[in-house]
Design a protein around this ligand. Structure first.
Ligand SMILES: Cc1cc2nc3c(=O)[nH]c(=O)nc-3n(C[C@H](O)[C@H](O)[C@H](O)COP(=O)(O)OP(=O)(O)OC[C@H]3O[C@@H](n4cnc5c(N)ncnc54)[C@H](O)[C@@H]3O)c2cc1C
Length: 412
């Protein structure tokens, strides 16, 4: 028996759900296929929970555009559907004079991206906002906030179902075939689905799903693990809100930072080290398939040559709490190892091309079977409603070009 819809969305993370939600709002019949027993099981459920402002991204890029638009859409969505959030603002701190030009560039970039609430801070202003934080200058970013993205994903599922959409969990897509008019999919449990088009939002597996669908992703997903520590409750007052360093412009990651989450916990992290398993969170997790895919990809070795020394620093911080604390002390000098206990961790799906370049922007590839989102790292959770709208528009445009769009899909 084959269940059918206009569109199949592979991946029940926040981007797949936002895409399905946008498609359903526009009148399409959608089924989301999620490999795990619950939605939001991977990146969406293992992140910092920050609603990013759009400060960091290259003006005009998809990231910049969808982060700024997606952020406001997300605040409105949360307000409308009762998902708790705090628009608390964040502090970016230059800890040395040498970082001032980069801080100025960041401010310029933020203004180019249309951010309203940016304020340059002197040392005394930093102390006023965050008494334990030390820096030579800072940037206050008023539009940043915090939320639990799992709650957002759950709200999206509820909204999607109200619109007649379906979410099937325990449905890992293992084959994709098609004839140009219809796409057929089977899952690891033998269930079969058909649709006119497919949207691949499979995150850490998106390169593999693209290949299953006959697309050449042109990139490989390299998984980067990020570990967090949590401040002990009695020391959580060290940080009032969100405190970030000035990022290294060469890297797509933002550097270890402090985040007071929506539930009041203060987390420090995450670092960024190569993960040897795409979907397991133990420090010792190793998948021969995942590690083998990374090592067999020529772009990985080119990337390793370029970022080798930075990678070793991150590796050191991953295994040595003392080194991690040393990095945190640059922002909060009074913090001690005893203030921190191990926190959670997440695995980022970072696309790397064959030349070893870490893709900066979100990356979308299309083929006959559908649309594939192949690089959706941070701030994709923030941007999800906007990226989802963008992906939905592409799909509907293609469906519109096909005879009988949104009608007559075979039903069961
Ligand atoms: C450590 C860390 C911190 C971050 N911090 C932030 C932050 O503060 N703010 C922010 O905006 N972003 C942050 N991000 C990024 C954000 O979490 C991701 O960009 C976002 O969650 C991506 O959503 P997604 O739906 O693309 O991927 P995912 O949430 O990973 O969802 C993909 C889904 O596809 C499913 N899947 C995979 N293969 C198959 C298959 N074959 N068949 C069916 N289903 C499949 C998976 O099970 C998974 O549920 C962070 C990420 C990490 C890892």
């Amino acid at each position: 028996m084959t269940a059918a819809a206009d569109v199949l969305v592979v991946g029940g993370g926040i981007v797949g759900l936002a895409t399905a939600h946008a498609l359903a709002e526009l009148g399409a019949d959608v089924i989301v296929l999620e490999a795990e027993p619950t939605v939001a099981a991977h990146q969406t459920g293992h992140n910092s929970g920050v609603i990013h402002s759009g400060l960091y991204y290259k003006p005009g890029s998809l990231k910049a555009r969808t982060c700024v638009a997606g952020r406001e859409a997300l605040y409105a969505f949360c307000a409308e559907w009762g998902v708790p959030f705090r628009r608390c603002g964040k502090l970016v701190v230059a800890t040395q004079e040498a970082q001032l030009p980069r801080l100025a560039m960041l401010e310029e970039r933020g203004r180019a991206n249309g951010l309203q609430g940016l304020t340059r801070l002197a040392e005394a202003d930093i102390r006023h906002l965050e008494p334990e934080v030390r820096g030579v200058a800072g940037l206050w970013v008023a539009d940043t906030g915090v939320v639990d993205f799992v709650r957002v994903a759950e709200a999206l599922v509820a909204r999607l179902q109200m619109r007649g959409g379906t979410v099937r969990t325990d449905a890992r897509v293992v084959t994709i075939t098609g004839d140009g008019r219809e796409v057929q999919v089977t899952t690891a449990r033998g269930a079969r689905f058909a649709a006119r088009l497919l949207v691949n939002c499979a995150g850490l597996q998106s390169d593999r799903v693209a290949r299953l669908a006959g697309a050449d992703p042109g990139v490989a997903i390299i998984p980067f693990r990020g570990d967090y520590y949590t401040l002990r409750p009695e020391r959580a007052s060290l940080v009032r809100n969100l405190v970030y360093p000035v990022p290294d412009p060469e890297l797509p990651f933002l550097g270890v930072h402090f985040t007071r989450r929506i539930d009041g916990r203060v987390e420090a992290g995450p670092n960024a080290i190569l993960a040897l398993h795409r979907e397991r969170y133990s420090r010792w997790a190793l998948s021969a398939r995942d590690a083998g895919a990374t090592l067999a990809f020529p772009g990985f070795w080119r990337m390793a040559r370029r970022f080798g020394s930075l990678g070793l620093g991150e590796l050191g911080r991953s295994w040595s709490k003392a080194l991690f604390v040393r990095a945190l002390r640059q922002l909060v000098p009074t913090i001690h190892g005893a203030d921190l206990r191990p926190g959670g961790c997440g695995i980022r799906a970072q696309a790397v091309d064959r030349s070893g370049r870490l893709l900066d922007d979100f990356h979308i590839v299309e083929n006959e079977a559908g649309v594939h989102l192949l690089n959706a790292p941070s701030p994709a959770a923030t941007a999800s409603l906007s990226i989802g709208g963008e992906l939905a528009a592409r799909v509907l445009e293609r469906l519109g070009a096909r005879r009988g769009a949104l009608t007559g899909a075979p039903r069961v």
